[in-house]
Design a protein around this ligand. Structure first.
Ligand SMILES: NC(=O)c1ccc[n+]([C@@H]2O[C@H](COP(=O)([O-])OP(=O)(O)OC[C@H]3O[C@@H](n4cnc5c(N)ncnc54)[C@H](O)[C@@H]3O)[C@@H](O)[C@H]2O)c1
Length: 257
């Protein structure tokens, strides 16, 4: 089951609480014997992380806001000191202002656009830049989390759809850039899951209802479903896969009508 992942090191960005997709991924990695290095966005998030890390075996963790270049640099310097390097990077981070996740897309503000891009898309490039040197000689693997609203219009997803399009394109450019160093970069496109971030998207509950009704599997996905797929993509089982978007959405994205 562990796919040769025992004692590998994963830097996991994006656990806010036990509903977070990153939490499901961290659990799947822990089951495979992976050692975890977690970030938390700020002091408040750090306190809530303290409450749930027991289940993850009290992993190493450090504050790191992904919009802060110096914070990212010192996060990975500390990871190098603690673990000697890193094998896997999980980017499960996104943010857009609530007012941008509803109403008319044409009213998107520059501030809202810039913030969504910075936190949700550019941060992947920044994390890869600092993680890649720590992956040298280790067959590194990176995953990011995306959503179908990047390619088709999903009501209210608005500015985040455009940020996810940039994120998915960045996955391909990073895969091309880092491939010669043996580093793979992929994304998981997850179906809707009720999390803190998702609650900011207008009409989110109806998205869950539509998936349960129309998806081939007639259900929504869980963080456990996503965790297992993420573990596969990170592991050596996916050694020939890079630059891809893997849909973990109960099949809903294949439906035309
Ligand atoms: N929940 C869904 O329906 C769904 C579907 C597809 C993809 N996704 C994606 O999954 C990823 C994780 O989201 P989630 O649904 O688990 O929500 P979540 O709210 O649990 O996680 C989002 C995380 O982003 C972190 N974050 C935001 N701004 C940050 C910053 N400046 N610096 C550091 N961390 C920051 C938050 O602290 C939080 O831990 C996101 O990329 C999201 O877009 C979610």
């Amino acid at each position: 089951m562990n796919g040769g992942m025992k004692d590998k090191v994963a830097a996991v960005f994006g656990i806010a609480n036990h509903r977070s997709i990153a939490y499901g991924i961290a659990q799947a990695l822990k089951e495979a014997g992976v050692r975890l290095a977690l970030n938390f966005q700020n002091e408040r998030m750090g306190k809530s992380l303290d409450k749930l890390t027991g289940d993850l075996g009290d992993p190493w963790r450090r504050e790191c806001d992904v919009t802060d270049e110096e914070a990212v640099q010192s996060f990975f310097a500390a990871v190098r000191e603690e673990f000697g390097g890193v094998d896997y990077l999980v980017h499960s981070v996104a943010f857009a202002k609530r007012e941008e996740l509803g109403g008319n897309f044409v009213d998107t503000s520059w501030d809202g656009y810039e913030m969504a891009q910075h936190v949700s898309a550019y941060s992947l490039i920044r994390l890869c830049r600092h993680a890649a040197p720590l992956m040298e000689g280790r067959d590194g693997s990176v995953i990011a989390l995306t959503y179908y609203g990047s390619e088709k219009v999903v009501p209210n997803y608005n500015v985040m759809g455009v940020a996810k399009a940039a994120l998915e394109s960045s996955v391909r450019y990073l895969a091309s850039d880092l491939g010669p160093k043996g580093i793979r970069v992929n994304a998981v496109s997850a179906g809707p899951i009720r999390t803190l971030s998702a609650s900011g998207v207008g009409g989110f509950t109806s998205m869950l209802d539509i998936v349960a009704e129309r998806a081939p599997l007639r259900r929504n996905v869980t963080t456990e479903d996503v965790g297992k797929a993420a573990r596969f993509l990170l592991s050596d089982q996916a050694s020939g896969i890079t630059g891809q978007i893997l849909y973990v959405d109960a099949g809903v994205s294949i439906m035309g009508m």
